[in-house]
Design a protein around this ligand. Sequence first.
Ligand code: F6R
Length: 605
Amino acid sequence: MCGIVGYVGHRQAAEVILDGLKRLEYRGYDSAGLVISDSERVLNVMKRAGKLKVLSDAFRTQPLTGTLGLGHTRWATHGKPNDINAHPHLSEDGKLAVIHNGIIENYLPLRARLSAEGHTFASETDTEVLVHLIEAHYQGDLVAAVQAALREVHGAYAIVVSHADHELIVAARATSPLVIGLGQGENFVASDVPALLPYTREVIFLRDGDMALLAKDGVTVTDFGGVVLRRDSAIIDWDAEAAEKGGYPHYMLKEIFEQPVVLQNTLGGRLAANGTDVTLELSLDPASFNRVVITAAGTAYYSGLVGEYLIEKLARLPVEVEVASEFRYREPVIDSRTLVVVVSQSGETIDTLEALREAKRQGAHTLAILNAKGSSISREADDVLYIHAGPEIGVASTKAYMAMLAAFELLAIWLGRARGTLSAALAAELIAELRHTPALVEAALKAREQVAAIAEAFKGKSDYLFLGRGVNFPTALEGALKLKEISYIHAEAYATGEMKHGPIALIDDDMPVVAIATASALYDKTVSNIQEVRARDGIVIALASEGDEAIKAHADYVITAPRTMELISPMVNVVPLQLLAYETAARLGLDVDQPRNLAKSVTVE
Ligand code: F6R
């Protein structure tokens, strides 16, 4: 949430910063700004409400030169997205600049105190208290002033600071992510890796309580008290191209189409040659717990609901799934016999991170299903199962969801085999089908034309209902979430059998109902529920398995999905629903990759 880029070196800082911010724009896009220190050591600022493009266009007409600078894309928390509230914020003498991601929780008393001391505030942001606080402590030593200011603030934040009199960037992290990029005669700081990929692969992930001092010739990491810390660098294996659109009009579409390859990467090397087992490098002992709790947010939470179904079925362990923002405040009943699984693409979602911390405090063994290496969750979980989805830039998650589903398939089979609840025969069948999933998902992508016709027909609707049952109830939830997020069409999802207990009152001849009716043990019951919709003049869009001719008699539109085992089907069935959301939003001319009000990687509560 909020993109930060800082640069010190030999290049034109603004070029690096604008390029980096472009790659981080998924983190926030309601306003943007940058500050560049010029050859006279004057800080020049440019800030604009709106998308980064507004800032870039302004920059082209009035370039700022200099080899040290900071930039920011904002996702507003305190204060409307306008030019004044955009970052960076500068001190009254114009010599100190601060950029911030996160929330300074005690900003109100600090603002009152600083105002009483004579400081004049220009913006409504919590960030600006940092500027005045650092300024109040500054006596020629920037690092000491930042340290003193940080002793007075609390909250979850990442900041970068520069001062006209120093060729230095000071960065500090308390929960919100920051990564340092190491170069030759140049160094970088950013809130996420994609900003650094064109320049360097060698990075240091800052930890909570770390400060970094970046000069062009080196980087020093200390704690907030100035004690030097050893932080090893890591080499990032994502290539810059993976974070580009590669000819697709939107990242989201590219990421939907990448899913077959993503599955190869998630499953790769984990399906044992014997055909009946999976290999996971986990330290957890499957015999040591009697319960599983899965917690996550949004799309990752829905993958957990599929995980619940799979683990209960294959490993016969009781599973509960809860959204992380609820879990952490609920005094959950967990102990050392509970396996707590957190799921996250970014590894930085604050609700999920705090849920993990709560689980650890209660003595549970924690396993993280994660995409981003080096993320906060990766460092704090007892075990990590990486999904290897590569960089996901579209704000609406697609390929990471697919990879999370694959990870839950692996985990459930692994647990089932280790606990003796999954027969070799069923394991072999599942594993053979998993090997086939890249091809199945490739085939599912072919539904794009059918889906496009439906999107065209219903793009003007204001409501949609999604129905699914069993392992595909979460698929319905995810389909509805995707549609709401990017097309702003209200969409609800219900378990198909639950429809008659209330939502059926909504059915009329105006609202499309997407019913997942692929091959399953409850297919006949699903068809009966569809008939209940039709009997009330509802518009039925059925998602059915290839070769199901009978469904045509019950549906106004049919989307065909490749036939597969029911336990694997969520991976196949979600694809047309992702495409339906995409095709609808694209037809409405909406900003698919950066939908309004959203940001990827939600690092505030
Ligand atoms: C939906 C979406 C969000 C995220 C959620 C968790 O398309 O992207 O609902 O799934 O914010 O994010 P991570 O997985 O990064 O923890």
